[in-house]
Structures are given as structure tokens and as C-alpha cells.
Ligand binder design. Structure first.
Ligand code: SF4
Ligand code: SF4
Length: 421
């Protein structure tokens, strides 16, 4: 596909997107912002610039798509960059051992909940034995290990894991939904899934959690393995496209965006594109669904909390879900919601970004935590496991004991549910 056909020329260079770009905010250089990156891609596409010269600036893009949401000209930045990135992966592939390991990990771990759960249990055991703190200390000597070691020290694995099966509503039934638990979310933030289940049941919904679901494929797609992403997408569509449910809900900003954008994976395959399109219409973020179906619940006062909500970029900018999580939080007695100065800027997590661009990811994390500190909260509320792990790592590095919870975990805490009280 010719990149110039992909609306590159729609950019009128107004610069209205710069304020929302986290890499531009940190680097303050044109080549580290959306306008500059679009100009670089255009120059490469027109063969005025070698790809090798543009690549370092392009690869520092988070694909957070804040610029796309801010653009008045409708430049489809995500689609342009993702198409360009696949080409870049072909022309300048990662070194063979890195690519092999990455592929092996993504293909043999993320689609298998049991393997991920075993990893989570090993993680938890290592934490109980104090090994993760030791690893984090050793990582000070080997910076390449820092992301893994510090994250392992910072995050406390949550068990029990997400249950599979069919769960009846509490009281009169209003409808039926399927819950997509995710892969990393299921292994490391299962409490958020269990809270989502609890809130949906309190709202009168029967909830189905089919065991046959798998990873959404976002990590495979964003690391240059679209074929594997398509395999996972086909499986999820087959499992979830038909059933007694009216919606497929998830409490994971990044995975939800991927499920909604499945049709793009099948642009060359009309049969699957059509099925993906019908499926994606059913996908809805859990906070959007809950806000839409809200009814008075027996919420008790909690906290008191002064809470900051950190948007998931793919929830806010790609799925367009900005207000529902805020509206839900404002309904909880005992909770005061405080806004960040720059709620639209990415925290630097962005999938595997903290592994591929560790310095830049840390700079953005630092900027986000400075913004959080100015709001002076005693609770941090999130909507995506990648953001949660990244923020927990940053808090751990600062020795800042600030609890991190999902939106619906906070609702569950206010419900008469013994597990969450
Ligand atoms: S996707 Fe995010 S990081 Fe990339 S240019 Fe746009 S705003 Fe900046
Ligand atoms: S991408 Fe959009 S907002 Fe950014 S400079 Fe181009 S036209 Fe303006």
C-alpha cells in the first residue's frame, strides 16, 4: 500500500497535536512529535530520506494516538504509523536473537492462560521470599534487567485468578454479557476482572466468561507479527461472535482497542473482515457499559479517597472513552476525583515500549508522576494493566506508597461484597 495513499497529505502542519504528545513534551524537538514524524514518513515514502535516518525518531513513538484524537484534520496517525512500522520491521528487522526470543515469548506465553498463571505464581513466590527485591537491587548493576526486576518487586500478583463459567445476576436479570479477561490482566490483575464481574452482577447482568478465549493479539501485532495477531483474532471472533450475550465487555483499555480494531487486521480478507466488523460492534469497554447501564446501587462510603484517574491512551484516544470512568468514580461516596494537568499524555508504558525505549519510557513516567504528585492523591485509578505495571514500578522507585486500583475495583469496594471490602 502506498503510504501517500494513507492520508499523509491530510496533515496541514498546524501543530495542534504537539501539546498532547508525551515524547514531544519530554524531548521538545520537532522530530519527536507527530507533525515531525508525519513529515519524516512522507519524506521516506517519497524517497527523499533514507529509512535508516528516520527510524530512530519513528521508533520512539508510543503509538498512543493522542495526536490523532487532537488533530482537527482527521489525520489517521495510528493507521499510517502502524502500516509504516510493519514495513520498517521488514526492512530493518530486530537482530535475529532478539526477534527469536521475542517471537518465542509472545507465541508461547501470552495465548496460554495456564502458563501465564504459573509465571504469576512463581512471581508471587519469589516476592514472598524477598527475591524480587534482591533482583531489583542487582538490576541496578545491569540496567537491561531493570524493567523486569523493578516491576516484579513493585507489583503484587493478585489471586485467585479470573473464574470461567456462567454467573447469575444478583436479583432480577436485565441482560447477558460476555467478559473478556485478557492475558496479562488475567494473570496479574485478576482482581480487576473479578470486580468487573461483581459490578455487572450487581447491575443485573448474567456474565459468561468462556475459557476458550485467548490473548487479543495486540502485543504480537505491535511487535511485527501480524500473522500471529490474525490467528488470535480469528479464535476470539469464533468464540465470542455468537452466544446469548448482548455485548463483549472488557476492563482493559489496550485489549479493548485491539478487539474493536480487528477489521483492520483483515483488510485483504473480505470474509474475516466482515466477521471482525460484526464482532467489533459488540465489544464495549466495561466502564462505558457500566455507566450506560448504571442504576442506584447500595454503595457504602469508602476511603475517604482523593483519587486521580490515569487514562489508558487506547481507551481514551482510540475507543473514545473519556467520561464514563470519571462519571462512575464521581458516584462513589467518600471519593473525590482530582484531574491531572495533562490527562491526555501517555505515561510511557505503551505495550513493550519500556523494554524497547527504556530511557524515554522512564522520562515519561517521571513526567506523569510529577503530574500525579501535583494532584496530591491517596489513590491512583487505572484502566489498563500495562499502565498499572509501569506506574507501580515508578511509585516503587520513588518509595511512594500509593494504592493503584481499577475503576470497577473501587466500585466493588463500595458494594456489599465481602471480597472487596
Ligand atoms: S502516537 Fe503518541 S507518541 Fe506517537 S506522535 Fe502521536 S502523540 Fe506522539
Ligand atoms: S497531525 Fe493534525 S494536528 Fe498535527 S500538525 Fe498535522 S494536521 Fe495539525
Amino acid at each position: 500500500m502506498n503510504l501517500l495513499d494513507l492520508d499523509l497529505q491530510k496533515c496541514i502542519h498546524c501543530g495542534l497535536c504537539l501539546e498532547s504528545c508525551a515524547t514531544y513534551a519530554v524531548a521538545l524537538e520537532e522530530t519527536e512529535g507527530p507533525r515531525g514524524r508525519l513529515a519524516l514518513m512522507k519524506a521516506v515514502a517519497q524517497e527523499r530520506l533514507p529509512l535508516e535516518e528516520a527510524a530512530p525518531h519513528l521508533l520512539r513513538c508510543l503509538d498512543c494516538r493522542a495526536c490523532e484524537a487532537a488533530c482537527p484534520s482527521g489525520v489517521p496517525y495510528g493507521e499510517i504509523w502502524e502500516t509504516f512500522r510493519l514495513r520498517l520491521e521488514r526492512v530493518m528487522p530486530a537482530p535475529a536473537p532478539v526477534a527469536r526470543w521475542r517471537r518465542l515469548l509472545i507465541r508461547s506465553l501470552l495465548p496460554y492462560p495456564t502458563r501465564l498463571r504459573v509465571l504469576a505464581l512463581l512471581w508471587r513466590t519469589a516476592q514472598a521470599l524477598g527475591l524480587t527485591r534482591l533482583a531489583a537491587w542487582l538490576a541496578g548493576l545491569r540496567p537491561g534487567l531493570a524493567v523486569f526486576a523493578e516491576t516484579a518487586a513493585a507489583h503484587r500478583v493478585q489471586i485467585p485468578f479470573t473464574p470461567y463459567g456462567v454467573f447469575s445476576p444478583y436479583g432480577e436479570k436485565r441482560g447477558t454479557v460476555a467478559l473478556f479477561p485478557g492475558c496479562v490482566q488475567d494473570a496479574f490483575y485478576a482482581r480487576a476482572n473479578r470486580a468487573t464481574l461483581e459490578v455487572l452482577r450487581h447491575l443485573g447482568f448474567e456474565v459468561h466468561i468462556p475459557r476458550e478465549q485467548t490473548c487479543c493479539g495486540a502485543v504480537a501485532y505491535h511487535t511485527g507479527d501480524p500473522e500471529h495477531a490474525r490467528e488470535l483474532a480469528r479464535r476470539n471472533i469464533q468464540v465470542l461472535e455468537s452466544g446469548p450475550w448482548q455485548a463483549v465487555v472488557n476492563h482493559i483499555g489496550g485489549c479493548g482497542a485491539m478487539l474493536k480494531e480487528y477489521p483492520r487486521l483483515f483488510a485483504q480478507d473480505p470474509h474475516w473482515e466482515d466477521r471482525a466488523r460484526q464482532f467489533s460492534v459488540m465489544v464495549e469497554d466495561a466502564t462505558a457499559f457500566v455507566a450506560r447501564h448504571w442504576r442506584p446501587l447500595p454503595l457504602k462510603p469508602i476511603g475517604p479517597y482523593r483519587a486521580v484517574y490515569v487514562d489508558s491512551c487506547h481507551l481514551r484516544h482510540v475507543q473514545g472513552v473519556k467520561e464514563p470512568p470519571r462519571a462512575i468514580l464521581r458516584r462513589i461516596p467518600g471519593l473525590t476525583l482530582v484531574e491531572l494537568e495533562h490527562p491526555d499524555r501517555c505515561c510511557g508504558s505503551a505495550g513493550v515500549y519500556s523494554l524497547t525505549q527504556p530511557r524515554m519510557a522512564l522520562d515519561m513516567l517521571e513526567a506523569k508522576l510529577e503530574d500525579v504528585a501535583r494532584a496530591d492523591p491517596n489513590l491512583l485509578v487505572v484502566a489498563n494493566p500495562g499502565c498499572a505495571l509501569h506506574l507501580e514500578r515508578g511509585l516503587w522507585r520513588k518509595g511512594w506508597r500509593l494504592p493503584v486500583r481499577y475503576v470497577l475495583e473501587v466500585v466493588a469496594e463500595a458494594l456489599p461484597s465481602p471480597e472487596f471490602s
